[in-house]
Design a protein around this ligand. Structure first.
Ligand code: ATP
Length: 292
């Protein structure tokens, strides 16, 4: 019987991000279209008798229960009652605190891997429920692909798959706090909202251009106020013939959508000269925890 697995933990981008209102409890009600892209962290999960051990190839990331992957393992054993442990090794490629749900994806990948290694046979829905205790983006990361996320992000509806296209991601060397961005967001100043239904129609029609021109993130203007680099990257993308470009999540990663591989490769090369953390990816339909 297998006692070890290597899984891929994919990044997500926001095709749209809308904030509907601030709830009494301080959380924001959102409506966003999420998409998995082929940039991934590699995670090795090995069965241990008891304890949970974690190591990451980045020295500044925690390896105790502040790490979302560690929390996922803890919750897995707690919820299933399975007697066991896990050694988790994470090789990060997804930039950290970048708006790409890297940490949430790692948590989802660990839940999926442990479910398989220990034959716990929890359904995806149950894993998503457990994941929600770790963070609002974890349920989405369990399913992956193209989805509409509502509520605080946990209320998910599968959408028609985004047609295959190329995504160039640029992460400027700045850090933003998701919490701060949401706190700074003044709902009275949000003049424009994404045309979410328009994007869904374009998805139904497999119309990459129609999707890309409608991409919109209400948090972008908030992050741009303090970080003008976001707008700069977007204008560079426009000079490079992008179909559409926006910031992902609360930033600071900005991505551009390209229909043609050659145009994406050109943009990747140009951007890489200026921004060290530039990645060329594609849209994918796979979920976390698959692949090798
Ligand atoms: P989101 O899009 O959900 O806001 P993000 O991509 O902006 O997520 P993450 O990369 O998930 O942000 O990291 C946010 C914080 O979470 C980091 O500051 C980091 O210290 C912490 N963290 C905990 N576990 C992990 C992990 N496995 N990988 C990356 N960051 C982690």
């Amino acid at each position: 019987m297998k006692d070890e697995m290597i899984v891929r933990s994919y990044a997500k981008i926001n095709i749209t991000l809308d904030v509907l209102r601030r709830r009494e409890d301080g959380y924001h009600e959102v409506k966003m279209i999420m998409q998995t892209v082929s940039l991934y962290d590699r995670i090795r999960v090995r069965k241990l008798k008891r304890e949970i051990r974690l190591n990451v190839n980045l020295p500044y990331l925690p390896t105790d229960n502040r790490n979302l992957a560690y929390q996922a393992a803890q919750l897995f054993f707690e919820k299933t009652g399975v007697q066991g442990g896990a050694e988790i090794q994470i090789e990060k490629h997804i930039p950290v605190a970048a708006g790409l749900a890297g940490g949430s994806g790692n948590a989802a990948a660990v839940l999926l891997a442990l479910n398989e290694l220990y034959h716990a046979e929890l359904s995806q829905d149950r894993l998503a429920e457990i994941g929600l205790e770790i963070g609002a983006d974890v349920p989405y990361c369990i399913y992956g692909g193209t989805m509409l996320a509502e509520g605080i992000g946990e209320n998910l509806t599968r959408l028609p798959q985004m047609p295959q296209c190329y995504i160039v991601l640029v992460k400027p060397q700045i850090s933003v706090s998701t919490k701060k961005i949401y706190e700074t967001l003044d709902m009275r100043q949000v003049a424009e909202h994404p045309d979410t239904n328009g994007v869904i129609r374009a998805l139904e029609q497999k119309d990459v251009k129609g999707i890309a021109i409608r991409m919109f993130n209400v948090l972008q203007q908030v992050t741009e106020q303090t970080h003008p680099e976001i707008a700069e990257i977007r204008s560079r993308f426009m000079e490079l013939g992008v179909e559409g470009t926006i910031m992902s999540g609360s930033g600071p990663t900005v991505f551009g959508v390209f229909e043609e591989k050659t145009a994406a490769e050109k943009a990747y090369q140009v951007m890489q000269q200026r921004y060290q953390e530039t990645f060329l990816a594609e849209t994918i339909t796979e979920r976390n925890g698959t692949g090798s």
